[in-house]
Design a protein around this ligand. Structure first.
Ligand SMILES: O=C(O)c1cc(=O)[nH]c(=O)n1[C@@H]1O[C@H](COP(=O)(O)O)[C@@H](O)[C@H]1O
Length: 235
């Protein structure tokens, strides 16, 4: 099991609020994720401020564009020194290969490059409405196989698909799963959810958690408790 497997989603509108929140978090207990809202507001300065506080940053901008544009965007993320960056697997093989190639000059310092499969907010019915007729887990698996063939390190998926992907794609393939909810907590808009222990047991490497941590009155205590639970099952 990977150490520091919780990635806290910093879904804030204002950089100052994000920094106030992380100033109460321990960077040895978690990594952080900067998504579209916060990056649009805070840009590279905010990422640098998080690096200065010793946080590993997952830049979650889910790039999806023509190959050349995505390659340039991924290289810009590497210049920022982020730990992880993502693209949409539905952008196709050529787009993912171009992104992978763009990271070659960065060698060991390149961010982990992963691909989003099917968003955790999507249900089978919603997927079908987009024109995809195969079953949701089958579609996730096909997208994840494409990502692996393009040389990507792993995928973002729901923990509910983790066992299938782990079995099909091997031990080294990185599985990052949002839609993680501690037992008895609210699902919000997430449709395909699991608890941290269930997800790790299913073979997940990194758990993305936003609202359950941000809205908790003692985020550090909750992080320690989850890390403890996870270490118990993985030891
Ligand atoms: O790529 C992501 O991080 C992501 C993919 C996905 O399929 N589902 C998903 O919820 N996310 C992100 O994970 C975070 C989940 O936040 P909470 O639902 O508040 O725990 C949000 O920042 C989402 O943008």
């Amino acid at each position: 099991m990977t150490k520091k497997s919780i990635i806290v989603a910093l879904d804030y509108a204002k950089p100052a609020d994000a920094l106030r929140f992380v100033d109460n978090l321990d960077p040895s207990e978690c990594r952080v994720k900067v998504g579209k809202e916060l990056f649009t507001a805070g840009g590279p300065d905010l990422v640098q401020a998080l690096h200065a506080r010793d946080f590993d940053v997952f830049l979650d901008l889910k790039f999806h564009d023509i190959p050349n544009t995505v390659a340039k965007a991924v290289a810009a993320a590497a210049e920022l020194g982020v730990w992880m960056v993502n693209v949409h697997a539905s952008g196709g093989h050529e787009m993912m290969t171009a992104a992978k190639e763009a990271l070659k000059p960065y060698g060991d310092k390149a961010p982990l490059l992963i691909a989003v499969t099917v968003l955790t907010s999507m249900s089978t019915e919603q997927l079908r409405a987009t024109g995809v007729s195969r079953a949701l887990p089958e579609h996730v698996l096909a997208l994840a196989k494409n990502a692996k063939e393009a040389g990507l390190a792993g995928v973002v998926c729901s923990a509910q698909e983790a066992e299938i992907l782990r079995a099909a794609l091997g031990e080294e393939f990185v599985l990052v799963t949002p839609g993680i909810r501690p037992a008895n907590s609210e699902s919000h808009d997430q449709k395909r959810v699991m608890t941290p222990v269930q997800a790790i047991s299913a073979g997940v490497n990194y758990l993305v958690m936003g609202r359950p941590i941000r809205e908790n009155s003692n985020p550090n205590q909750l992080l320690s408790a989850i890390n403890h639970e996870i270490s118990e099952i993985s030891s």
